[in-house]
Design a protein around this ligand. Structure first.
Ligand SMILES: NC(=O)c1ccc[n+]([C@@H]2O[C@H](COP(=O)([O-])OP(=O)(O)OC[C@H]3O[C@@H](n4cnc5c(N)ncnc54)[C@H](OP(=O)(O)O)[C@@H]3O)[C@@H](O)[C@H]2O)c1
Length: 163
């Protein structure tokens, strides 16, 4: 199962402010929808609350230690490991997307194989940042170009183990 982070990041690393994304890009919303449609999406409780309802056409998984009851079309897990295990063993999905926010990206960045990062062409004000990246760990290519942003596709480098 491919584990993929999807994020939109401003030039200064900002991804969120006071429970929402501090910009509105229809193009990026469309890109995100096309990319994730049909696959499970995993998100933190604060990101789910900022959306208010599950994303259509996708199994929505929320990470939370405090949320109890689940709405239809929504599963809650109290660890990222359990959520990934469920997707792999029960859903048997080929891909799972980890869609934020900051706290969840920080945990997932060590585990994912690939990342789709929409680099916005502007700075933004906000207190939630994408975690720092070690560029030497990733092969990066520009996958698409839009008016507001460029999509950079990150693939974790595979190191040969010499015996
Ligand atoms: N630009 C983008 O692409 C993008 C994407 C998504 C979100 N965002 C923005 O990011 C901000 C939210 O990010 P955030 O860092 O504040 O919060 P978050 O990551 O969305 O949610 C944090 C919460 O998730 C739960 N959680 C996280 N890891 C967990 C784990 N391993 N096990 C169990 N529960 C876990 C905890 O919930 P409990 O407290 O209930 O235990 C925690 O308080 C918002 O502003 C949002 O709009 C931006």
């Amino acid at each position: 199962m491919q584990k993929i982070i999807v994020a939109a990041v401003a030039q200064n690393g900002v991804i969120g402010n006071e429970g929402s994304i501090p910009w509105h890009s229809r193009e990026d919303m469309r890109y995100f929808k096309n990319l994730t449609m049909g696959s499970p999406v995993i998100m933190g409780r604060k990101t789910y609350e900022s959306m208010g309802k599950p994303l259509k056409g996708r199994l929505n998984i929320v990470l939370s230690g405090s949320m109890k009851s689940a709405t239809e079309g929504l599963l809650v897990f109290d660890s990222l490991g359990k959520a990934l295990e469920y997707c792999e063993n029960e859903v048997k999905s080929e891909k799972v997307f980890i869609i934020g926010g900051g706290e969840v990206y920080r945990q997932a960045i060590k585990l994912v194989d690939e990342m789709s990062i929409s680099k916005m062409k502007f700075q933004a004000e906000g207190s939630v940042l994408f975690p720092p990246l070690k560029d030497s760990d990733w092969d990066v290519e520009v996958k698409a170009e839009y008016e507001d942003f460029q999509v950079f596709w990150y693939k974790r480098k595979q190191f040969e183990v010499k015996s």
